[in-house]
Design a protein around this ligand. Structure first.
Ligand code: ATP
Ligand code: MG
Length: 777
């Protein structure tokens, strides 16, 4: 490929002197450090700075500058962004600054750029240029075939588990020969290493790569073919990377190879990042890459940006105070460029997650009435299962919303699968549903069986389920398939019979168990499978209010229908992970409860490092807000099918009190709230009475009466007992017990006198408080 040579630089000395004469528009308004970063085009440069300090803006402006000064063509700039969407937004911006913008073909994610490189040299890595990129499902199918061929018991050694190991190895830049036996030896009794070889060989025969290979094969290409690498050294005059803190080892190696065109101290590589926003450790990101930059590129210039242009002082203070609780960080100062302190961060405790959705909906409508566009508001959640109630609420309110970074709740695969089962129970002629689930989970009913079923159905002009009934009485199918299908038909008959008497939410739980769907997820060790399980629990929860399956399915079809209308002005719902780099006037951060956020799982699996990554995620969340950050926590949440009283997240306690106002929405519904944080949460004479007045309570009681005959040991009974405990039962604290107080945070009980407790708070010191103000920790 022949690249055009860069245009000659304008005559008349260094570029800077030209600029002084006619400072281009795009440089105006930059602070001196930003300007320095933009103008330092030659040699390695690291911009290490906090959220909202203009790192991405510096990158964009720097590219505009390089183009405007004709230091390189667009095709000679390699720019790596976090998402393809970010790339297209940056291009748009650059276009505004550059009159004859001819595009930036090498701007994209690590993966998209790698795929492009690989396609040009496919034959050198034993591929053909039109190779396929496998998704996770294909990858798993392939591994299963390999396991079967090797007589490895998939029940013991699940394909998903191997897929995850593979991913980890590839993120670390390991080819099959590089994987130490200590890493691979354990899988399938020592066969893990060989499996990796076999897997790669199989990919080649399929003319395919997986995601990890895109980078890894590129690295191999460069290492084994110096002349190809040299071609890219000549091509890329400038390299820029955004969000460098989240690069993994393979990405790091890839970049280093590309940057070696010049001796390290002269490499034109600019990386920007923030160690406090490293949130992909679980996917192999190495925050150390950013710390190692100065070592890899001796003489690198390091620029720190400290002025934040995004958020108000209160938001910034909250974020800085919170992140300072992390021990593992470089530490930096941030000050705002925005004059007013702005609204304090609000923390609202609500009764349950449904009330949380209602509250968020109401506030969004208020802001909308005050003239704020929906586009400027976002709700950021820790886990995708938290989205469902918000989505439903918005649909009820007629509020436009979009889910970013994933399908909407009812469009997710596992939800659609579960719905297909339910549809077929309610409507045996629903052939689409039948086709969807016939082999999910896998039942050994391959394409040829399905084909026979379809032919029979068409021929007899009956639905698939009826065709199946006919076929199992014949010899058309192999005995094994017949037995399986008979079992399935019996199950459907049985479910249909039970659907008359069971509450829909119980029915779905039983179907998912009995069909083997939950087993399938349990065997699946990938990160997504946990989310899938949570989503399914959320589905059954969403069905609790429906008495009949028909009623629920009717509701769903309406919800799905509404879903399809994408609106241009819409509230964004997304996970904290996908919100990186973005900004919104108003940000709602929901579900700030211990266990949900910080996620119990990540703390269990990774201890303090896990907690610190969660805290960085909280920092990312808060710093997305420009004007307003509204945090909420539910006092009761259903986790794993049980109502649990939830403690507010420890992160709430870590916010600076003078930048936060605390509200309890419970007060709006009968006064168990504590009126703006100033008065007692439980200042009514009878806390029980106030609980009875909350809608959640009424619903729980109604459910209890309707469904379970009011027995005290029911799930709803659990809610009752725990809520009362939460709401001010006035005995049962012991010296030494750990408690949480909404204003003072965590502490240990030192003395008990009637209903007064003396508590040694971690931060507030020794205080005497009424016991109804504290919760058990
Ligand atoms: P993050 O760490 O969240 O990715 P960032 O450091 O990349 O943040 P940007 O997104 O580049 O920050 O900038 C944050 C906001 O501040 C943007 O709206 C940007 O346009 C604005 N901004 C940056 N620099 C300036 C400046 N010098 N003058 C005015 N606004 C600025
Ligand atoms: Mg950015």
């Amino acid at each position: 490929m022949v690249e055009p040579a860069p245009l000659p630089r304008p005559a008349g000395g260094p570029i800077t002197s030209q600029l002084n004469r006619q400072a281009p528009d795009y440089l105006r308004g930059l602070n001196p450090e930003q300007k320095d970063a933009v103008m330092t085009t030659e040699g390695p440069l690291l911009v290490l700075a906090g959220a909202g300090t203009g790192k991405t803006r510096v990158l964009t402006t720097r590219i505009a500058h390089i183009l405007n000064q004709r230091m390189a063509w667009g095709s000679q700039i390699l720019a790596v962004t976090f998402t393809n969407k970010a790339a297209s937004e940056m291009k748009k911006r650059i276009h505004e600054f550059v009159p004859n913008f001819e595009g930036l073909p090498w701007m994209g994610t690590f993966h998209s750029v790698s795929a492009r490189i690989l396609r040009s040299h496919a034959e050198l890595v034993d591929l053909k240029p039109q190779f396929t990129i496998l998704d996770t499902d294909d990858q798993i199918r392939l591994i299963k075939q390999l396991l079967a061929a090797d007589n490895i018991d998939e029940k013991r050694w699940p394909a998903r588990q191997f897929a995850n190991m593979l991913d980890g190895w590839k993120n670390r830049g390991w080819l099959p020969k590089d994987v130490p036996a200590s890493e691979s030896g354990y899988f399938a009794n020592g066969k893990g290493g060989q499996l990796y070889y076999d897997y790669q060989a199989r990919l080649k025969t399929l003319n395919a790569t997986d995601f990890g290979d895109l980078l890894l094969e590129c690295i191999r290409l460069f290492r084994e073919n110096p002349e190809v690498l040299a071609e890219y050294h000549r091509k890329f005059k400038y390299m820029l990377v955004d969000e460098y803190q989240d690069s993994n080892t393979a990405q790091y190696l890839w970049l280093r190879l590309l940057a070696q065109g010049k001796p390290a101290p002269e490499a034109n590589i600019c990386v920007v990042g923030d160690d406090d926003q490293s949130i992909y450790g679980w996917r192999g990101a190495e925050v150390d890459n950013i710390l190692r930059f100065e070592k890899d590129f001796p003489g690198a210039k390091v620029i720190k940006l400290e002025r934040n242009y995004r958020s108000t002082a209160n938001i910034l203070k909250a974020a800085s105070t919170l992140i300072a609780f992390n021990e593992d960080r470089l530490g930096k100062t941030l000050h705002t460029d925005i004059a007013e302190a702005g609204e304090p961060i609000s923390f609202t405790q609500v009764y349950d997650s449904e009330e949380e959705a209602r509250t968020v909906g109401e506030e969004i409508e208020q802001y909308q009435r005050a003239g704020e566009p929906l586009n400027s508001m976002a709700i950021l959640v820790r886990a995708s299962f938290q989205m469902r109630e918000l989505e439903e609420r918005f649909i009820t309110l007629g509020l436009n919303y979009r889910v970013v970074g994933g399908p909407r709740f009812y469009e997710r695969k596992e939800i659609r699968d579960a719905l297909a089962y339910l549809r077929l129970v309610a409507q045996p002629a629903d052939d689409l549903a039948f086709e969807r689930i016939i082999n999910v989970p896998k039942r050994g009913l391959g394409d040829s069986t399905v084909k026979t079923l379809l032919e029979t159905a068409r021929h007899q002009n009956v639905p698939l389920l009826s065709a199946t009934r006919m076929l199992i009485e014949t010899e058309e199918l192999k005995p094994k398939q017949r037995t399986t299908l008979r079992g399935l038909v019996d199950q459907f008959d049985n479910w249909a019979y039970r659907s008359e008497n069971l509450a829909p939410y119980q029915l779905v739980e039983q179907i998912l168990e009995e069909s083997g769907y939950m087993d399938m997820l349990a065997a699946d060790k990938s990160a997504e499978s946990q989310g899938r399980k949570e989503n399914l629990k959320e589905l059954s929860r969403s069905m609790e209010e429906f008495e009949s399956l028909g009623g629920f399915l009717e509701h769903i079809s309406l919800v799905m229908d509404r879903d399809s209308a994408e609106a241009s002005d819409a509230v964004t719902i997304m996970t904290l992970h996908s919100a990186k780099g973005l900004e919104f006037n108003t940000v709602f951060l929901t579900g700030w409860e211990e266990g949900t956020f910080p996620s119990q799982r990540s703390m269990d699996e990774n201890g303090r490092a896990g907690l610190e990554e969660e805290r960085r995620l909280a920092y990312v969340g808060i710093t997305r807000g420009r004007k307003r950050v509204r945090i909420s926590a539910a006092q009761n949440r259903r986790i794993h099918g049980l109502w649990q009283s939830a403690m507010p997240s420890r992160f709430v306690d870590e916010l600076p009190p003078d930048a936060v106002t605390v509200t309890d929405r419970g007060s709006a519904y009968g006064g168990y709230g504590y009126g703006g944080g100033a008065t007692s949460r439980f200042n009514k004479a009878d806390p029980f009475e106030s609980l009875y007045e909350t809608p959640g309570w009424q619903r729980a009681r109604a459910n209890q009466a309707n469904r379970k005959g009011g027995g005290p040991m029911t799930i709803e009974g659990e809610l009752v007992a725990r809520s009362v405990d939460l709401g001010g039962q006035s005995s049962g604290y012991a010296v030494g017990e750990r408690v949480f107080h909404l204003k003072f945070g965590y502490g240990d009980v030192k003395n008990v006198e009637g209903n007064k407790l003396t508590i040694d708070f971690e931060k507030a010191g020794m205080k005497k408080v009424l016991e109804s103000f504290v919760q058990k920790s």
